[in-house]
Design a protein around this ligand. Structure first.
Ligand code: ZN
Ligand code: ZN
Length: 303
């Protein structure tokens, strides 16, 4: 159910009109530990997967597991990938679903792949819910015989929440320099920096990647820069302007609206997020080419 975070984001564009062309809608996912089903949008939850379709296995030779003893490649036998994201069009219609599809699924191999950005290896699937649901659905995917726990999500519900955000590291440097004084004025007024008020680093669809390092936007084989599809980050807000006032994102079952008086005690931080450290609070960003019909995709790991 759509909603807004507790403190409506500062209206940056009315205060700084130069930023208006850079505004992007982002759908914040607010993962919370739970028990989503195959017909639910989720992060780390079970996927609506056709029983007759082989589960994706990673056969990359040389993928390896950090802190494994001995630290070495985990061997030539394929390793099962794990469910990471499932988003239905009814929950996040903003996603660029190819014609005839209404489910996005992302799985990845949790191990480190040196030839692919030294991180997980994701695969992206677009499906049609009713077509899959008409047939037999895979009851449970195979367990990976080796997994890096830092990239193994626990099942989470999601609460897609629409916000407007602005670039952090994608802010053109000359513009950032010109606006520096006004950012300082706003910070003096609100006690919050431009980055805190106008940018997000959390799991989300669309919007800007929450780059920690320099932006590295992938290019498609067709020559165009890919678009940000979604991010899965280890960071989720536990306070600040993007944290819901009652601790639960709007629409969470059992969360009695936005009224603090009626709200239960704040949930412990234990329920927030998918539980992945992702290599010291990193993030994996997925990108997609919207021009090529087969939707090529790429990923970046940022930390
Ligand atoms: Zn692998
Ligand atoms: Zn392309």
């Amino acid at each position: 159910m759509p909603g807004t975070p507790s403190s409506p984001p500062f209206d940056m564009a009315s205060r700084i009109p130069e930023l208006a062309p850079l505004a992007r809608e982002s759908v914040l996912l607010y993962p919370r530990a739970g028990a989503p089903g195959v017909r639910d949008s989720s992060l780390g939850g079970p996927l609506l997967w056709p029983a007759g379709e082989p589960w994706p296995m990673c056969a990359e030779s040389g993928h390896w597991k950090p802190l494994r003893t001995p630290t070495e490649a985990v061997g030539p036998e394929p390793v099962a990938m794990v469910p990471v994201v499932q988003l239905y069009a009814r929950d996040v219609p903003e996603l660029p679903f190819p014609a005839g599809t209404d489910v996005l699924q992302i799985v990845w191999c949790t191990l480190v792949h040196d030839g692919h950005g030294a991180t997980v290896l994701p695969k992206v699937y677009w499906r049609h819910e009713e077509t899959v649901a008409r047939g037999a659905v895979l009851p449970r995917p195979p367990e990976p015989r080796e997994a890096d726990e830092e990239f193994l999500p626990r099942p989470c519900t999601v609460s897609p929440t629409r916000v407007v955000e602005y670039p952090n590291a994608d802010l053109p440097p000359d513009l950032g320099q010109r606006l520096g004084g006004r950012f300082e004025e706003i910070e003096a007024e609100t006690g919050l920096s431009y980055h805190e008020l106008a940018t997000t680093v959390q799991s989300k669809a669309g919007g800007y990647p929450g780059w920690v390092q320099e932006p590295r936007w992938p290019r498609c084989g067709c020559g165009r820069r890919m678009e940000h599809l979604l991010s899965v980050t280890a960071t989720e807000p536990v306070d600040g302007p993007w944290f819901p006032s009652d601790g639960q994102p709007p629409g969470t079952p059992g969360a009695p609206g936005r009224d603090r008086r009626a709200a239960p005690d704040r949930p412990s931080a234990d329920g927030i997020g998918h539980g992945m450290d992702m290599g010291d609070l990193g993030g994996v960003y997925l990108f997609v080419c919207l021009h090529c019909p087969d939707r090529p995709y790429a990923h970046r790991y940022d930390c």
